[in-house]
Write a protein of this length. Structure first.
Length: 258
C-alpha cells in the first residue's frame, strides 16, 4: 500500500472518506492507518472503527446548484427527462432508449447524455435516428456525448426526472436537488452498491428501479408513471431533510484542521 508507506516515511496523517454503503477493500485497509474515517452512509460505519468514524455525508460539487452555461436553451412546454449513463455513457441504457425514444418524444422533452464509446457508436446511431424523425419530435430531442461541469447545473435545473445509474455522486446530487430518479443500477458495481443506493430512493418514495435486463416497454411504463406522479415524488423529499448531512465538505475540513 504505497499511500501508507509514504505516510509513514514523511509522517503525514491519513484521513479517508468512504462514499458508498459497502466500502471496498482499499478503504477498509487504509482505515486501519487513518486518524479519522469519514463515511457518507450510516450503514458504512459497521465496517470501521467507530471511535475514528464520522458520518458526514458526501461532498457535492457546487456546479450542480447553479446555472453557469446553457449548452442549449429549452422551451419547457412539457416535462423534461434527463437520461444519462455516466461520463462514459452506457450502451445498455442507450439500447433501451433507442427502442422507446419516439414514444417518449410524443410527450416529453428528452436530454440524452449518450457517451462516446467507439465500440458501439451509440451517439452516431442515435444521431442518425434523430435525423429520420419528424420535425416536432426532432426538436424535442437533445443529444450530447458529454456535459461539461459548467453545463450540468442548467440540465439539472430544467429536469423533472433523471434516468440513469445510481453511483454515490449521482445519489447525493439528486437527493440535495430534490430531483426524482429512475435508477438503473450497474449490475456489477462493487458490493452491489448501486443497487443499494437505488433501493434507498425507492424505499423513501423519491425514485424507482429498473434493471437493464428487463424489457424496454417496462422502462417506458415506469417513466410515464413517475411523470404522472411527479408531485408525489417531490413531496416525499421533504421527509428526508435530516436523513443525510448536506455540509459534508465543511465537516471534513473542520475535523481535519481542528
Amino acid at each position: 500500500m504505497p499511500i501508507v508507506i509514504w505516510s509513514a516515511i514523511f509522517k503525514i496523517p491519513i484521513f479517508t472518506h468512504e462514499q458508498t454503503i459497502k466500502p471496498g477493500l482499499a478503504n477498509r485497509l487504509i482505515s486501519k492507518f487513518a486518524i479519522k474515517i469519514f463515511v457518507a452512509f450510516d450503514e458504512a460505519t459497521r465496517y470501521f472503527n467507530l471511535k475514528k468514524t464520522i458520518i458526514c455525508g458526501n461532498p457535492v460539487r457546487a456546479a450542480v446548484f447553479k446555472t453557469i452555461k446553457k449548452p442549449f436553451v429549452i422551451k419547457k412546454d412539457r416535462p423534461v427527462i434527463y437520461i444519462t449513463g455516466g461520463s462514459l455513457g452506457s450502451h445498455s441504457i442507450n439500447e433501451h432508449i433507442k427502442k422507446i425514444i419516439s414514444q417518449l418524444l410524443n410527450d416529453y422533452i428528452i436530454v440524452h447524455q449518450v457517451g462516446d464509446t467507439k465500440e458501439y457508436q451509440d451517439f452516431e446511431k442515435l444521431e442518425d435516428l434523430k435525423k429520420l424523425m419528424p420535425g416536432t419530435l426532432k426538436n424535442r430531442y437533445y443529444l450530447r456525448k458529454h456535459f461539461f461541469e459548467d453545463e450540468i447545473g442548467y440540465i439539472y435545473s430544467i429536469s423533472d426526472l433523471v434516468v440513469g445509474r445510481s453511483g454515490a455522486n449521482t445519489f447525493f446530487e439528486l437527493l440535495y436537488l430534490a430531483t426524482p430518479a429512475l435508477f438503473i443500477p450497474l449490475p456489477w458495481s462493487s458490493g452491489r452498491e448501486q443497487q443499494k443506493h437505488a433501493e434507498i430512493f425507492a424505499k423513501k418514495g423519491i425514485g424507482e428501479i429498473f434493471h437493464q435486463i428487463e424489457p424496454s416497454d417496462k422502462l417506458l411504463r415506469l417513466i410515464n408513471l413517475m411523470i404522472k406522479n411527479k408531485i408525489k415524488y417531490k413531496e416525499n423529499f421533504k421527509k428526508l431533510s435530516t436523513l443525510y448531512k448536506k455540509n459534508a465538505a465543511k465537516i471534513m475540513v473542520s475535523q481535519i484542521l481542528g
